[in-house]
Design a protein around this ligand. Structure first.
Ligand code: FES
Ligand SMILES: [Fe+2]
Length: 417
């Protein structure tokens, strides 16, 4: 039986949709998700595949910025798109998993999650940095359960199998008499790992180009900041937002468009009219001179000096630097309408005497983050509204978002083939 209320909703939305967005109206008309009770559904995988391609095709990556639309709203709540992103973006690209300072010494390790996969990164006794799936070869339990630490070996908490820091299987409890079991072939399964600056990257795709190729021009853009020489890790905050991860990235990439409206404090030091936006192959650099005056908020002015440097690296990593102050943001999807943003704070001086100033700087960032959270949550609700499908982009401000959407479209269409 068709649910009349459900179909009524679909039909009303179709009308509004067609009026607002004639090019895309076929999505609503053919969308099986809203008609889950419909008796004409074909076998499961068929409409699913057709549906994903239809949704992807709603976006035209060839439109220049002055004609472009944003990616359409189903990209922000359709579970099939979320799954395609996990496989076609997060499991294929170099992803920041942690910091090099977490694994400086022999035996240091940290755990991470990427595209639904539990991982562990560890520095071996030979000084080599390695990454593995954190999955026991016996019955699949997570071998390492702490977020980070230092160990001589890993012991699985389920049945006590032990692995070396280099991933090799060392010992199996009560396993005598098991035939055709080769211990040497049952180590933790390795994952590609590499570092750049203080960031540890992993890649689940064995065929992906090396990290240096992926980064392209980025090391050259970041080099003048002299991160390793000038900044030291201080603290971490993790925020959970009720929005799709792309809403957060879009918000970051709007070229300062929202700053005067949503961030009054930050706005009091940013020279908004001199804000620049520069796109690279897989990165966008936003930059602005800062100046403080009588109208600036004092806490912001004291900790946001020099020039603002906001670098986004596709798909989900950002580096935000001011003079002597930096934070990085890692945006992680936790479902179609939830994401986590990991903030790592760095300062030039992390000694005791700088503690007060550093904490004040984090406070400024927390305020900005709260303001962004409120906006992002509201955007996620709006994206699900029948009144909205896609929007246009400011030519002056939103070139970064345009780049993000085109890169994503390329990866997702490739993955959907
Ligand atoms: S699952 Fe790890 S020892 Fe059994
Ligand atoms: Fe913001």
């Amino acid at each position: 039986m068709e649910d009349p209320e459900l179909l009524g909703t679909v039909n009303r939305r179709c009308v509004v949709f067609s009026l607002l967005f004639p090019r895309l109206s076929r999505y609503e008309l053919s969308q099986p998700v809203k008609r889950s009770a419909h008796k004409d559904l074909r076998p499961l995988e068929q409409p699913m595949q057709r549906n994903v391609r239809d949704i992807l095709n709603l976006y035209n990556p060839n439109d220049p910025l002055d004609r472009a639309w944003t990616i359409p709203s189903p990209w922000y709540f359709d579970p099939a798109i979320g799954e395609l992103e996990q496989q076609g973006v997060f499991a294929k690209s170099w992803q920041v998993a942690g910091r090099a300072d977490q694994v400086r010494g022999k035996g240091d390790f940290f755990t991470a999650d990427l595209a639904g996969e539990p991982l562990v990164v560890a520095r071996g006794e030979d000084g080599q940095l390695r990454a593995f799936y954190n999955v026991c070869r016996h019955h699949a339990a997570a071998v390492v359960t702490e977020a980070q630490g230092c160990a001589k070996q890993f012991r699985c908490p389920y049945h006590g199998w032990t692995y070396g820091i280099d991933g090799a299987l060392k010992g199996m409890v009560e396993f005598e008499g098991v035939c055709d079991f080769d211990r040497a072939k049952n180590g933790l399964v390795p994952v590609r790992v590499d570092t750049w600056e203080n960031f540890v990257f992993v890649n689940l795709d064995g065929n992906a180009p090396p990290l240096r190729d992926f980064l392209g021009a980025i090391p050259g853009i970041v080099a003048p900041l002299q991160l390793t020489k000038k900044l030291k890790y201080f603290d971490r905050r993790v925020y959970t937002l009720n929005c799709n991860w792309k809403v957060y990235v879009d918000n970051y990439l709007d070229g300062g468009y929202h700053v005067p409206h949503a961030h009054k404090g930050l706005s009091s030091v940013i020279e908004y009219t001199k804000y620049t936006i520069e796109n690279f192959d897989r990165a966008c650099l936003q930059s602005s001179p800062l100046s403080s005056g009588a109208k600036s908020e004092s806490g912001v002015a004291a900790t946001r000096q020099g020039r603002a440097f906001y670098l986004w690296i596709y798909p989900n990593f950002m580096i935000n630097a001011y003079e002597g102050v930096m934070d990085t943001n890692l945006v992680l999807p936790l479902g179609v309408d939830k994401c986590a943003v990991v903030f790592d704070y760095y300062f030039s001086d992390i000694s005791k005497k700088a503690l007060k100033k550093n904490r004040a700087s984090i406070k400024v960032s927390e305020k900005v983050q709260e303001e962004d959270e409120a906006i992002c949550d509201s955007v996620q609700r709006g994206l699900a509204s029948r009144a909205y499908v896609a929007g246009r982009l400011s030519v002056r401000r939103e070139a970064g978002e345009h780049l993000f959407h085109r890169l994503l479209h390329a990866d997702l269409t490739h993955a959907a083939k």
